[in-house]
Each structure stands twice: as structure tokens, then as C-alpha cells.
Write a protein that binds this ligand. Structure first.
Ligand SMILES: [Zn+2]
Ligand SMILES: [Zn+2]
Length: 190
């Protein structure tokens, strides 16, 4: 296998996702159904578990889940997610001690403030814990927003990406306590 540059792969994937249609995704699924049905089943199960966890977070914080088009998520969130995802697939990401592997689908987590680190569901609360100002820093603009900033998360299949976001960068993304918005949900800060 030739060496992959995760940063370039992330940009390429972002461009690709922007132009793919639902029919394209169905075609890819159909190909996988033939080529690797067991893997696809595992991937679906892991994605369903990640979605249940996302819903639980949303319910706990009064934010409804919402499915968004790729461009409904800020570019810095998309590229951060895809960079770590590409690095992980290329074998160039650090992992928790359980060594999650893309060839064995399971719900995994990454965070904007720890690029190219992938953790399993047991390890991520510890590995991605922050304290003090870092806990309130927006990963988009670097602003520390103790009053209106919040943690958020977005999931792509079984891969959940955590980030901090200030009110300015949040735009019309959901505010904790307001129902009816996006796939992001407020992170538990306690
Ligand atoms: Zn782990
Ligand atoms: Zn910001």
C-alpha cells in the first residue's frame, strides 16, 4: 500500500462527500453487500450504537437530533473529523490502549482538541477530558466562551467527533435547551 497523506485524503474526501448523491451511497452499499457483507453488518451495528449514544446525549441535554447534509456542518468540523478518520484508516492515528481498528467496526470517538487520536467508548471520557479554560475553548476560532460556549458532537457512521464551539461559530446550530435542531448535541460538562 502506498503511503497516504491523511491531511490530503481528508480534503479529497470532503470534496467527494460534497458531490455524492444518495444514489451514490446506495451504489457503494450495494457493492459492499457483495464484497464484504459481514463487515457491512458490523459497520451498521456500530453505527446504530453510535446513533443511540448520540440520541441519549441529545435527550439528556434537551437537544433533538438532526440529520444534516455534509455542508450543514462547519468546514473546520468536517475537515477535523475527516483528518482523524483518514489518519486512522491509514494506520497513522494514535489510539487508546484497546487499539480500535477500522477493520473491526465499533463505536469510536475523536476530538477536535486531540487530532489523530481515536478512542473506544470506554476510554474516550478520560482521554478527551479537559479542565479550566481549555474546556470552554472554541475549536473553530480559539475563543474562550465560558458563558455561551458549549461542547458538541457530530457522528459519521460509528465515528463520533467531539468539539467545543462558541456562540459566534455556532450560528444556527442548536443551543442547549432548544429543541429541533441539529445532529450536534451538548456535551456533558459535569
Ligand atoms: Zn479503549
Ligand atoms: Zn468560535
Amino acid at each position: 500500500m502506498t503511503a497516504v497523506d491523511p491531511a490530503r485524503a481528508a480534503v479529497a474526501m470532503d470534496d467527494l462527500l460534497a458531490v455524492m448523491t444518495p444514489a451514490d451511497f446506495e451504489d457503494i452499499r450495494a457493492a459492499w453487500t457483495v464484497a464484504a457483507p459481514a463487515h457491512l453488518d458490523q459497520l451498521d451495528a456500530a453505527a446504530a450504537e453510535a446513533l443511540r449514544a448520540m440520541r441519549a446525549y441529545g435527550n439528556a441535554h434537551g437537544v433533538a437530533e438532526r440529520w444534516t447534509a455534509v455542508d450543514g456542518t462547519p468546514a473546520w468540523v468536517r475537515l477535523g473529523l475527516l483528518d482523524t478518520l483518514a489518519a486512522w484508516y491509514a494506520g497513522r492515528a494514535a489510539t487508546c490502549r484497546h487499539i480500535p481498528d477500522p477493520r473491526r467496526p465499533e463505536p469510536v470517538f475523536a476530538a477536535a482538541w486531540r487530532p489523530r487520536l481515536v478512542a473506544c467508548k470506554a476510554c474516550y471520557p478520560t482521554l478527551f477530558r479537559l479542565g479550566g479554560d481549555a474546556d470552554w475553548t472554541c475549536d473553530g476560532c480559539g475563543r474562550v466562551d465560558r458563558e455561551r460556549g458549549s461542547g458538541a458532537r457530530v457522528a459519521l457512521g460509528p465515528f463520533t467527533f467531539l468539539f467545543g464551539i462558541c456562540r459566534g461559530c455556532r450560528g444556527d446550530l442548536p443551543v442547549p435547551g432548544v429543541t429541533g435542531s441539529s445532529q450536534t448535541s451538548r456535551e456533558d460538562r459535569s
